[in-house]
Write a protein that binds this ligand. Structure first.
Ligand code: LER
Ligand code: MN
Length: 271
Protein backbone atom coordinates (compact mmCIF):
# COMPACT_ATOMS: atom_id res chain seq x y z
CA UNK A 1 0.00 0.00 0.00
CA UNK A 2 1.25 3.45 -0.94
CA UNK A 3 0.85 6.83 0.73
CA UNK A 4 -0.94 9.81 -0.77
CA UNK A 5 -2.16 13.23 0.32
CA UNK A 6 -4.85 15.59 -0.97
CA UNK A 7 -4.14 19.06 -2.34
CA UNK A 8 -7.07 21.42 -2.88
CA UNK A 9 -6.94 24.26 -5.39
CA UNK A 10 -10.65 25.08 -4.96
CA UNK A 11 -11.24 28.23 -2.89
CA UNK A 12 -14.98 27.45 -2.56
CA UNK A 13 -14.02 24.22 -0.74
CA UNK A 14 -12.16 26.01 2.12
CA UNK A 15 -13.18 24.38 5.37
CA UNK A 16 -13.49 21.04 3.55
CA UNK A 17 -11.58 17.81 4.21
CA UNK A 18 -8.48 18.44 2.13
CA UNK A 19 -5.07 18.54 3.75
CA UNK A 20 -2.80 20.84 1.69
CA UNK A 21 -3.91 24.27 0.50
CA UNK A 22 -0.79 26.23 -0.50
CA UNK A 23 -0.88 25.75 -4.27
CA UNK A 24 0.72 22.99 -6.32
CA UNK A 25 4.37 23.95 -6.06
CA UNK A 26 4.57 24.35 -2.29
CA UNK A 27 2.20 21.49 -1.55
CA UNK A 28 4.06 19.05 -3.78
CA UNK A 29 7.39 20.07 -2.24
CA UNK A 30 6.00 19.55 1.26
CA UNK A 31 4.47 16.15 0.41
CA UNK A 32 7.81 15.05 -1.02
CA UNK A 33 9.71 16.28 2.04
CA UNK A 34 7.50 14.09 4.26
CA UNK A 35 8.05 11.05 2.04
CA UNK A 36 4.61 10.67 0.44
CA UNK A 37 4.38 8.52 -2.69
CA UNK A 38 1.66 10.50 -4.44
CA UNK A 39 -0.80 13.37 -4.38
CA UNK A 40 -4.51 13.58 -5.15
CA UNK A 41 -5.53 16.95 -6.56
CA UNK A 42 -8.89 18.66 -6.22
CA UNK A 43 -8.89 21.30 -8.98
CA UNK A 44 -11.54 23.78 -10.16
CA UNK A 45 -11.28 22.23 -13.63
CA UNK A 46 -8.77 20.80 -16.11
CA UNK A 47 -7.97 24.27 -17.47
CA UNK A 48 -6.06 25.19 -14.31
CA UNK A 49 -3.74 22.18 -14.65
CA UNK A 50 -0.70 22.96 -16.81
CA UNK A 51 0.16 19.36 -17.73
CA UNK A 52 3.83 19.97 -18.57
CA UNK A 53 4.44 22.11 -15.49
CA UNK A 54 2.72 19.60 -13.18
CA UNK A 55 4.65 16.73 -14.75
CA UNK A 56 7.95 18.45 -14.14
CA UNK A 57 7.00 19.34 -10.52
CA UNK A 58 5.99 15.72 -9.84
CA UNK A 59 9.05 14.25 -11.56
CA UNK A 60 11.49 16.44 -9.70
CA UNK A 61 9.74 15.65 -6.39
CA UNK A 62 9.61 11.93 -7.27
CA UNK A 63 5.85 11.87 -6.66
CA UNK A 64 3.02 10.33 -8.67
CA UNK A 65 -0.39 11.79 -9.36
CA UNK A 66 -2.76 9.23 -7.81
CA UNK A 67 -6.02 10.84 -8.87
CA UNK A 68 -7.88 14.00 -9.80
CA UNK A 69 -11.19 14.78 -8.08
CA UNK A 70 -14.23 15.94 -10.05
CA UNK A 71 -16.04 17.52 -7.07
CA UNK A 72 -15.57 21.07 -8.36
CA UNK A 73 -18.10 20.18 -11.05
CA UNK A 74 -20.65 20.28 -8.23
CA UNK A 75 -19.04 22.73 -5.78
CA UNK A 76 -18.21 25.39 -8.41
CA UNK A 77 -20.47 24.72 -11.38
CA UNK A 78 -23.47 22.97 -9.74
CA UNK A 79 -23.22 20.12 -12.24
CA UNK A 80 -24.38 16.69 -11.11
CA UNK A 81 -24.64 13.43 -12.99
CA UNK A 82 -28.20 12.72 -11.82
CA UNK A 83 -29.64 16.11 -12.79
CA UNK A 84 -33.25 15.73 -14.02
CA UNK A 85 -32.36 18.03 -16.96
CA UNK A 86 -30.80 16.04 -19.84
CA UNK A 87 -28.69 18.99 -21.00
CA UNK A 88 -27.23 19.53 -17.53
CA UNK A 89 -26.49 15.80 -17.23
CA UNK A 90 -24.54 15.89 -20.47
CA UNK A 91 -22.61 18.95 -19.25
CA UNK A 92 -21.80 17.05 -16.05
CA UNK A 93 -20.61 14.00 -18.01
CA UNK A 94 -18.51 16.25 -20.27
CA UNK A 95 -16.89 17.81 -17.17
CA UNK A 96 -16.05 14.31 -15.87
CA UNK A 97 -14.59 13.33 -19.27
CA UNK A 98 -12.44 16.47 -19.26
CA UNK A 99 -11.00 15.54 -15.86
CA UNK A 100 -10.41 11.95 -17.08
CA UNK A 101 -8.53 13.35 -20.10
CA UNK A 102 -6.31 15.44 -17.84
CA UNK A 103 -5.67 12.70 -15.25
CA UNK A 104 -5.14 10.11 -18.00
CA UNK A 105 -2.03 11.95 -19.18
CA UNK A 106 -0.50 11.05 -15.80
CA UNK A 107 -1.91 7.49 -15.80
CA UNK A 108 -4.05 8.69 -12.93
CA UNK A 109 -7.73 8.08 -12.26
CA UNK A 110 -10.60 10.55 -11.96
CA UNK A 111 -12.83 10.30 -8.88
CA UNK A 112 -16.61 10.74 -8.83
CA UNK A 113 -17.78 11.76 -5.36
CA UNK A 114 -20.14 14.68 -4.89
CA UNK A 115 -20.91 14.87 -8.65
CA UNK A 116 -23.09 11.77 -8.25
CA UNK A 117 -25.70 14.13 -6.83
CA UNK A 118 -27.80 13.94 -3.70
CA UNK A 119 -30.43 12.05 -5.78
CA UNK A 120 -33.38 10.99 -3.68
CA UNK A 121 -33.40 14.30 -1.80
CA UNK A 122 -34.96 15.71 -4.96
CA UNK A 123 -36.70 13.49 -7.48
CA UNK A 124 -37.01 9.75 -7.77
CA UNK A 125 -34.07 7.66 -6.41
CA UNK A 126 -34.36 4.90 -9.06
CA UNK A 127 -34.26 7.40 -11.90
CA UNK A 128 -31.29 9.13 -10.26
CA UNK A 129 -29.50 5.77 -9.91
CA UNK A 130 -30.16 5.07 -13.59
CA UNK A 131 -28.61 8.42 -14.57
CA UNK A 132 -25.59 7.69 -12.37
CA UNK A 133 -25.13 4.28 -14.02
CA UNK A 134 -25.27 5.91 -17.49
CA UNK A 135 -22.56 8.35 -16.39
CA UNK A 136 -20.38 5.56 -14.98
CA UNK A 137 -20.72 3.58 -18.24
CA UNK A 138 -19.69 6.68 -20.17
CA UNK A 139 -16.79 7.63 -17.87
CA UNK A 140 -15.59 4.05 -17.39
CA UNK A 141 -15.37 3.52 -21.15
CA UNK A 142 -13.67 6.91 -21.60
CA UNK A 143 -11.05 6.16 -18.92
CA UNK A 144 -10.18 2.80 -20.49
CA UNK A 145 -8.23 4.54 -23.30
CA UNK A 146 -5.71 5.66 -20.64
CA UNK A 147 -5.59 2.21 -19.06
CA UNK A 148 -6.92 3.57 -15.78
CA UNK A 149 -10.22 2.92 -14.01
CA UNK A 150 -12.85 5.51 -13.16
CA UNK A 151 -13.22 5.70 -9.38
CA UNK A 152 -16.67 5.94 -7.76
CA UNK A 153 -17.05 6.97 -4.11
CA UNK A 154 -20.01 5.91 -1.94
CA UNK A 155 -20.80 8.81 0.42
CA UNK A 156 -22.68 8.96 3.71
CA UNK A 157 -26.45 9.46 3.84
CA UNK A 158 -26.20 13.19 4.56
CA UNK A 159 -24.42 13.77 1.21
CA UNK A 160 -26.20 11.35 -1.13
CA UNK A 161 -28.86 8.71 -1.46
CA UNK A 162 -27.08 7.05 -4.39
CA UNK A 163 -24.73 4.44 -2.84
CA UNK A 164 -23.84 4.80 0.83
CA UNK A 165 -22.29 1.36 1.48
CA UNK A 166 -19.70 -0.86 -0.17
CA UNK A 167 -22.35 -3.54 -0.66
CA UNK A 168 -24.57 -1.15 -2.58
CA UNK A 169 -21.57 0.14 -4.57
CA UNK A 170 -20.41 -3.36 -5.53
CA UNK A 171 -23.94 -4.28 -6.59
CA UNK A 172 -24.14 -1.21 -8.79
CA UNK A 173 -20.71 -1.76 -10.40
CA UNK A 174 -21.54 -5.42 -11.07
CA UNK A 175 -24.67 -4.31 -12.92
CA UNK A 176 -22.70 -2.15 -15.38
CA UNK A 177 -21.54 -3.39 -18.76
CA UNK A 178 -18.20 -1.61 -18.32
CA UNK A 179 -15.74 -3.41 -16.05
CA UNK A 180 -13.65 -0.26 -15.61
CA UNK A 181 -15.12 1.42 -12.54
CA UNK A 182 -13.72 0.80 -9.04
CA UNK A 183 -14.79 1.92 -5.57
CA UNK A 184 -13.25 4.59 -3.41
CA UNK A 185 -13.60 3.47 0.21
CA UNK A 186 -13.53 6.62 2.36
CA UNK A 187 -13.16 5.53 5.99
CA UNK A 188 -15.03 8.63 7.21
CA UNK A 189 -18.15 7.76 5.21
CA UNK A 190 -17.76 4.06 6.05
CA UNK A 191 -17.62 4.85 9.77
CA UNK A 192 -21.10 6.37 9.45
CA UNK A 193 -22.65 3.77 7.16
CA UNK A 194 -21.01 0.36 7.62
CA UNK A 195 -21.85 -2.04 10.45
CA UNK A 196 -18.29 -3.42 10.21
CA UNK A 197 -15.71 -1.50 8.18
CA UNK A 198 -13.23 -4.38 7.87
CA UNK A 199 -15.98 -6.79 6.75
CA UNK A 200 -17.15 -4.25 4.17
CA UNK A 201 -13.60 -3.96 2.76
CA UNK A 202 -13.39 -7.76 2.52
CA UNK A 203 -16.70 -7.74 0.68
CA UNK A 204 -15.38 -4.95 -1.58
CA UNK A 205 -12.45 -7.22 -2.56
CA UNK A 206 -11.25 -6.61 -6.12
CA UNK A 207 -13.60 -3.62 -6.49
CA UNK A 208 -11.64 -1.52 -3.97
CA UNK A 209 -9.62 0.90 -6.11
CA UNK A 210 -8.71 3.77 -3.77
CA UNK A 211 -8.94 4.54 -0.05
CA UNK A 212 -9.45 7.85 1.76
CA UNK A 213 -7.37 7.37 4.90
CA UNK A 214 -8.93 9.43 7.67
CA UNK A 215 -10.27 9.08 11.18
CA UNK A 216 -13.85 8.76 12.47
CA UNK A 217 -14.23 12.53 13.01
CA UNK A 218 -12.56 13.38 9.68
CA UNK A 219 -9.40 14.44 11.47
CA UNK A 220 -6.08 12.88 10.42
CA UNK A 221 -5.56 9.20 11.21
CA UNK A 222 -4.91 8.71 14.93
CA UNK A 223 -6.94 11.72 16.09
CA UNK A 224 -10.32 9.95 16.34
CA UNK A 225 -11.63 6.57 17.49
CA UNK A 226 -11.28 4.44 14.32
CA UNK A 227 -9.86 0.94 14.90
CA UNK A 228 -7.22 0.62 12.17
CA UNK A 229 -5.85 -2.84 12.99
CA UNK A 230 -8.77 -4.80 11.44
CA UNK A 231 -8.99 -2.29 8.56
CA UNK A 232 -5.34 -2.75 7.56
CA UNK A 233 -5.65 -6.54 7.97
CA UNK A 234 -8.68 -6.54 5.65
CA UNK A 235 -6.85 -4.45 3.03
CA UNK A 236 -3.93 -6.90 3.18
CA UNK A 237 -6.30 -9.85 2.84
CA UNK A 238 -7.80 -8.44 -0.36
CA UNK A 239 -4.26 -7.74 -1.64
CA UNK A 240 -4.99 -4.03 -1.89
CA UNK A 241 -1.93 -2.38 -3.45
CA UNK A 242 -3.38 1.08 -4.08
CA UNK A 243 -3.12 4.32 -2.14
CA UNK A 244 -4.03 5.20 1.42
CA UNK A 245 -4.81 8.83 0.69
CA UNK A 246 -5.10 11.46 3.43
CA UNK A 247 -8.40 13.25 2.88
CA UNK A 248 -8.98 14.87 6.24
CA UNK A 249 -9.49 18.28 7.78
CA UNK A 250 -6.25 20.23 8.01
CA UNK A 251 -6.32 19.77 11.78
CA UNK A 252 -4.71 21.22 13.85
CA UNK A 253 -3.16 22.80 10.74
CA UNK A 254 -2.30 21.50 7.29
CA UNK A 255 1.36 20.74 7.98
CA UNK A 256 0.74 18.90 11.23
CA UNK A 257 -2.13 16.98 9.58
CA UNK A 258 0.26 15.85 6.84
CA UNK A 259 2.92 14.83 9.38
CA UNK A 260 0.38 13.03 11.58
CA UNK A 261 -0.98 11.03 8.62
CA UNK A 262 2.53 10.02 7.54
CA UNK A 263 3.39 8.85 11.07
CA UNK A 264 0.16 6.83 11.18
CA UNK A 265 0.72 5.42 7.67
CA UNK A 266 4.21 4.23 8.68
CA UNK A 267 2.95 2.76 11.95
CA UNK A 268 0.07 0.84 10.38
CA UNK A 269 1.72 -0.36 7.18
CA UNK A 270 5.28 -0.82 8.48
CA UNK A 271 6.52 1.05 5.37
C1 LER B 1 -14.84 13.47 -1.37
O1 LER B 1 -13.80 12.55 -1.48
C2 LER B 1 -15.67 13.20 -0.21
O2 LER B 1 -15.38 12.34 0.58
C3 LER B 1 -16.86 14.01 -0.05
O3 LER B 1 -17.44 13.81 1.20
C4 LER B 1 -16.54 15.47 -0.25
O4 LER B 1 -17.63 16.23 0.04
MN1 MN C 1 -13.62 11.05 0.29
Amino acid sequence: MKSCITISLVEEARGGPFVLWDGLEQSIAFAAELGYDAVEIFAPGPEVIDVDALRSMLDSANLKLAALGTGAGWVKHRLQLADPDAGKREQARAFVRSIIDCAGQFNAAAIIGSMQGPSGHTGDPDTARGYLCEALEDGGAHAAQYDVPLIYEPLNRYETRQCCTVEDGVGMLESLSTNNVRLLCDLFHMNIEEADIAAALLQGGKWVGHVHFVDSNRRPVGLGHMQYGPIIDALKQINYEGYLCAEAFPYPDQHEAARQTMRAYRYWTGN
